[in-house]
Design a protein around this ligand. Structure first.
Ligand code: NAD
Length: 283
């Protein structure tokens, strides 16, 4: 059965077929070709069915975002499907889900791989979006020099930076904070290479958004989510759809002058920290 006789459709790529990524895809992918990548075959199958039975044209691919060859093959598969005009990366692990080494390899290095490889195939006028986190705004011990190194160091040497050594990154919480800050920094250098292809790349930094990943954090020992939610300006969690609304804007032509930057969407949690209404202990 053919539901769509259009050829040469723009390609929307989602790496990490989870809650927020799927909400963004649903907003932007009508009439386009969708390629979903995830390490979990189970998540991929569910995501594919969700889209397929809602009228989207979707393909899937098992990808390990921690492995450059895997990302490279994924980018090539996307390019073979048509003009890659949208790239969204949400493939990450949170502090309660993984070790510091795993978080640095996935959230920091894996994002850098994706920026490199999709920067080679993104189409003219295309746009990318990395989902970072409000933790990128939380207190950390990165100096100005460390941040500059996170912008400019070649990807393969990133994990050898002194600021990412095990002496400095002692636990998963710190690994997550630093990785998410690194996403902000890395997108600035990527904006320059993507710009050469007349494409844009930005990050969104969500606060607490209720997804499976967030539930893992709520259930983890010693977390301070209740206090954080209560202290925040909006006094509630966010939804994937609220992140998707902003994501759709950043990926659209209305945002054609926006690149290399981050949009913090956290219901005022960082505002509560910066205004002294809430103290933050990074686990
Ligand atoms: N949920 C929150 O409260 C929250 C807050 C701030 C930031 N974030 C960030 O938002 C993004 C998306 O989070 P979500 O809540 O939608 O998560 P989610 O758990 O729904 O989705 C993440 C997806 O990434 C996939 N994945 C994990 N490791 C992978 C790998 N090595 N290769 C490929 N895929 C892999 C998982 O299988 C999963 O499908 C993440 O970057 C997360 O750090 C989430």
């Amino acid at each position: 059965m053919n539901f769509d006789f259009n050829e040469k459709k723009p390609v929307v790529v989602l790496l990490g077929a989870g809650s927020m990524g799927m909400a963004i895809v649903r907003r932007i992918a009508g009439g386009k070709k969708v390629l979903l990548g995830d390490i979990s075959e189970q998540n991929l199958e569910k995501a594919e069915n969700d889209l397929k039975y809602s009228g989207y044209d979707v393909e899937t691919c098992v990808v390990d975002a921690m492995n450059r060859e895997s990302i490279q093959a994924f980018a090539q598969k996307a390019a073979a499907l048509g003009n890659v005009m949208y790239f969204i990366d949400t493939a990450e692990a949170s502090p309660s889900q993984a070790s510091p080494e795993h978080i640095l390899k996935l959230d920091l290095l894996g994002t850098a791989y994706a920026l490199d490889e999709f920067g080679k195939v993104i189409g003219e006028g295309g746009a990318g979006l990395i989902i970072s986190s409000m933790t990128g705004y939380m207190p950390n011990d990165l100096t100005k020099e460390d941040e500059l190194a996170l912008v400019n160091t070649p990807t393969e040497s990133l994990l050898s930076l002194p600021c990412l050594s095990s002496e400095r990154i002692k636990n998963s919480g710190t690994a997550y904070v630093v990785s998410k800050r690194a996403n902000h920094m890395r997108v600035q250098s990527a904006a320059m290479t993507w710009g050469k292809r007349k494409a844009r790349i930005n990050t969104i930094s969500p606060g607490i958004v209720v997804t499976p990943l967030a539930y893992d954090e709520f259930n983890s020992e010693g977390n301070s989510y209740q206090q954080m939610i209560e202290a925040s300006a909006r006094q509630r969690v966010g939804t994937s759809d609220e992140i998707a609304a902003a994501g759709a804007f950043l990926l659209s032509d209305d945002a054609a002058f926006i690149t290399g930057t981050d949009l913090l969407i956290d219901g005022g949690m960082i505002a509560a920290i910066n205004s002294g209404k809430m103290k933050m202990n990074i686990r």
